[in-house]
Design a protein around this ligand. Structure first.
Ligand SMILES: Nc1nc2c(c(=O)[nH]1)N[C@H]1C(S)=C(S)[C@@H](COP(=O)(O)OP(=O)(O)OC[C@H]3O[C@@H](n4cnc5c(=O)[nH]c(N)nc54)[C@H](O)[C@@H]3O)O[C@H]1N2
Ligand SMILES: Nc1nc2c(c(=O)[nH]1)N[C@H]1C(S)=C(S)[C@@H](COP(=O)(O)OP(=O)(O)OC[C@H]3O[C@@H](n4cnc5c(=O)[nH]c(N)nc54)[C@H](O)[C@@H]3O)O[C@H]1N2
Ligand code: SF4
Ligand SMILES: [Mo]
Length: 676
């Protein structure tokens, strides 16, 4: 049984799973992340493994031609020709937090070490970059400061901008278990939408979208007014408090309550939790990250933890990682500025270390463009080849009409196990093996590494991602840099880059996993890698984007579907209730426009238009919610409506705030009668 254990390929909780004798997916009781628990999504994995797979490499020179099957050799020849002819700056690689660590390490080395360009980014740019940026500003380093064990003795839980009940279900169940078993445990949710998480909480604060910075600054104001600050902690372990307080004083509770449209008491209540609970964990995810004001939202929350000494035994700011191996991606440094071992291309020492380690002449010192910037560069004809690995930008990127134009224009390589929507634009499709068909490691939200063992043969001619890049590099004369015979060789190389670093895994090996890097608490002695050793406060400034339209459109996730549905969408059991694509409206808002539940409406922003079925829900007035992941077979996509505006510091797109109007469709093709 132990030889078929793996980490769940869905959310960042990182549950350990295995396949039993009858081929069923079960939770691994020996895994620290879930201790045998699991949610519904992975149960249907075995059924969807072979549905809609890419079997062989496929090629077409022009988009108007049909695809023809080609051999791997032919595929490598085409790529070699392209990569030799184009300058490194004319190529771009867009990879994913769903690859194994060995895959992303190899691709990152291929791009930054072998091709010598930093033109690489990952879908984490749409996901975790804001949290990473804020953690680094406040603590000098990235990485969740505590671990799941900290849930088991905490008494206050804040979920802000997180719908963990459906997006990190096993973690949320652990929080509810703690509440069930202990008196005085409080769970609070702060969200514009009354989500499942909100419904299961003790208190739900329904704030106006985008205003978290104001809300949290006001909590700081109250803490100061009431004498509830931890002055000893502030004085001994932090710096920069004065300026932050000065800024927070712009937001007395009455002012903040009116900006956020919440009650003054709500602000006091959160202040009381920070001041008086025994141990407070705040969980956040995309409601804070995917925002033009995202880094500031994150910093506002981190400020509260620092102002009340809520670290280690007394609490933790816990950023929930979305994808199963976004943490591994951070460790190998797969974003446009990263290098292995939590290093950065901008840092000379880091570059020098990696140049020597890899045996390459030079690593470029400038971070490459981010993925939204790369889309613009394609349209300007400055990037000519785009290679997408393990993500589906034709659905998940903002401002889709622009993205489609770019995908149409560029020479597009798609490396994926499944025929996804991005394949429609491809010139070359490379079938990759997926989890269960290859070996390697993933790291979950709380820094636990799990070895994923294969339990079946790769489908058709598909190959592991690391092998595709290794073989191509060898055919281009890079054999010296890519001598790998197995993923274990890559892991053993990678782990040496982490020696003496925060994410030190140099003494781990496949047979020692699962195991966590770092101590239970990253900053156990309250000493921070900031230079001065102190954690840093930062002014968390408030800004709201200018968007036209009667409603603020919030986008997010479905309970039983995973993003663009390449696997979960092939399971009828998991699709039930999630299609057709819908929008949630507040009944009072809807009726003012003559709209009833199950009517069909057009959502119209200045960027596009999509049709949706109306469901009623407890939305903040003036807000609507639409899931984003539907592939094209279900009609036009939500992300046509969304701007590619980004947070200025993290460059993460503002996926949760688009101005739209809602117009009823008078004679829809089909009438729905609540049969969803
Ligand atoms: N079932 C399922 N689970 C998943 C995924 C999936 O596709 N399906 N994807 C995984 C991934 S990659 C990720 S990143 C995570 C995402 O996990 P979450 O971030 O929990 O999920 P989202 O639905 O994107 O958004 C969370 C909440 O943010 C709220 N929100 C929007 N704007 C604001 C705001 O201004 N302030 C506040 N306070 N809240 C706001 C939304 O109403 C929503 O309830 O989920 C992971 N887990
Ligand atoms: N409007 C809006 N847009 C969003 C978001 C939002 O909240 N609102 N959230 C954003 C976030 S947080 C995220 S993470 C993204 C997710 O967006 P995507 O990354 O585009 O979504 P997925 O459906 O997870 O795509 C993963 C792809 O990887 C493939 N795959 C799986 N395993 C492997 C493998 O081992 N190798 C290879 N090569 N491929 C593999 C799958 O078949 C699939 O095609 O969406 C972002 N877009
Ligand atoms: S909670 Fe997340 S990691 Fe665990 S089984 Fe569900 S989707 Fe997989
Ligand atoms: Mo994500």
């Amino acid at each position: 049984m132990r030889d078929t254990t793996f980490q769940c390929p869905y959310c960042g909780v990182g549950c350990g799973l295995y396949i039993d004798e009858k081929g069923r997916v079960k939770g691994d009781f020996e895994h620290p992340a879930n201790r045998g628990d699991l949610c519904k999504k992975p149960l249907y994995l075995p059924k969807v493994y072979d549905r809609g797979r890419v079997e062989k490499p496929m090629y077409r020179k022009d988009r108007s031609d049909p695809f023809r099957e080609i051999s791997w050799e032919e595929a490598y020849t085409i790529l070699k020709e392209k990569l030799t002819k184009l300058s490194p700056e004319e190529t771009y690689f867009y990879i994913s937090g769903q690859l194994l660590t060995e895959d992303s390490y190899t691709i990152n080395k291929f791009v930054k070490g072998f091709l010598r360009t930093n033109n690489i980014d990952a879908n984490s740019r749409l996901c975790m970059t804001t949290a990473v940026t804020a953690y680094k500003l406040a603590f000098g380093s990235d990485g969740v400061p505590c671990t799941y064990e900290d849930i088991d003795d905490a008494d206050a839980f804040l979920f802000i901008g997180s719908n963990a009940s459906i997006t990190h279900p096993v973690l949320f169940k652990r929080v509810l278990k703690r509440r069930r078993e202990t008196e005085h445990v409080v769970v609070v949710t702060v969200d514009p939408v009354e989500t499942e998480t909100a419904r299961k909480s003790d208190l739900f604060i329904q704030l106006r979208a985008g205003t978290d910075t104001v809300f949290l600054n006001s909590v700081l104001y109250v803490l100061q007014e009431e004498g509830w600050l931890d002055l000893y902690f502030i004085d001994k372990y932090t710096e920069g408090f004065e300026r932050v307080l000065e800024y927070a004083r712009k937001f007395p509770p009455e002012t903040a309550a009116s900006i956020c449209d919440v009650k003054v008491e709500d602000i006091f209540l959160i202040a009381k939790l920070f001041a008086h609970s025994e141990k407070l964990i705040s969980f956040w995810c995309q409601g804070l990250n995917q925002s033009a004001n995202g880094t500031m939202k994150n910093l506002a929350l981190l400020n509260l933890h620092l102002a009340t000494g809520r670290l280690n035994g007394r609490g933790c700011p816990f950023s929930l990682t979305g994808q199963p191996n976004a943490m591994g991606g951070r460790e190998v440094g797969y974003l446009s500025n990263g290098l292995p071992g939590y290093r950065d291309v901008r840092n000379e020492e880091d570059r020098e270390f990696m140049e020597k380690f890899w045996g390459v002449e030079k690593i470029e010192p400038e971070p490459g463009p981010t993925i939204t910037e790369a889309i613009d560069l394609i349209l300007e004809d400055r990037i000519k080849l785009l290679w997408v690995v393990g993500t589906n930008p034709a659905v998940s990127m903002p401002e889709l009409s622009k993205v489609r134009e770019a995908l149409d224009k560029v020479f597009l390589v798609v490396q994926d196990p499944y025929w996804n929507d991005t394949c429609e634009f491809a010139n070359l499709i490379l079938p990759s093996a997926q989890l269960g068909e290859k070996k390697g490691v993933m790291t979950g939200s709380d820094r636990t590494l799990t070895l994923c063992s294969p339990f079946r043969e790769p489908y058709g001619e598909s190959k592991p991602d690391w092998l595709i890049f290794t073989e191509l590099a060898r055919s281009m004369g890079g054999g010296r840099l890519f001598p790998y015979m197995s993923p274990e060789d890559i892991f053993n190389e990678f782990k040496r880059t982490t020696e003496g670093r925060l994410c030190d895994i140099s003494d781990l090996s496949y047979d020692k996993l699962p195991a966590r890097w770092g101590d239970r608490w990253l900053y156990g002695e309250f000493s921070f890698p900031t230079g001065s050793g102190r954690a840093r406060f930062h002014e968390a400034k408030f800004e709201l984007p200018n968007e036209e339209g009667l409603f603020v459109l919030i986008t997010g996730r479905l309970k039983n579907q995973w993003h663009t549905m390449t696997r979960t969408g092939k399971s009828p059991e998991l699709l039930k209730g999630e299609v057709p694509p819908y929008v949630v409206m507040n009944p009072d808002d809807a009726r003012e426009l003559g709209i009833e539940e199950w009517d069909v409406v057009n959502l119209i922003s200045k960027r596009g238009e999509v049709e949706r079925l109306v469901k009623f829900g407890n939305m903040k007035r003036g807000h609507i919610f639409a899931p984003f992941g539907y592939p094209k077979e279900f009609g036009e996509q939500t992300n046509l409506l969304i701007s590619d505006r980004t947070d200025p510091l993290s460059k993460e797109p503002d996926l949760k705030y688009a101005g739209v109007n809602v117009v009823k469709v008078e004679n829809p093709d089909r009438v729905w009668k609540g049969d969803l």
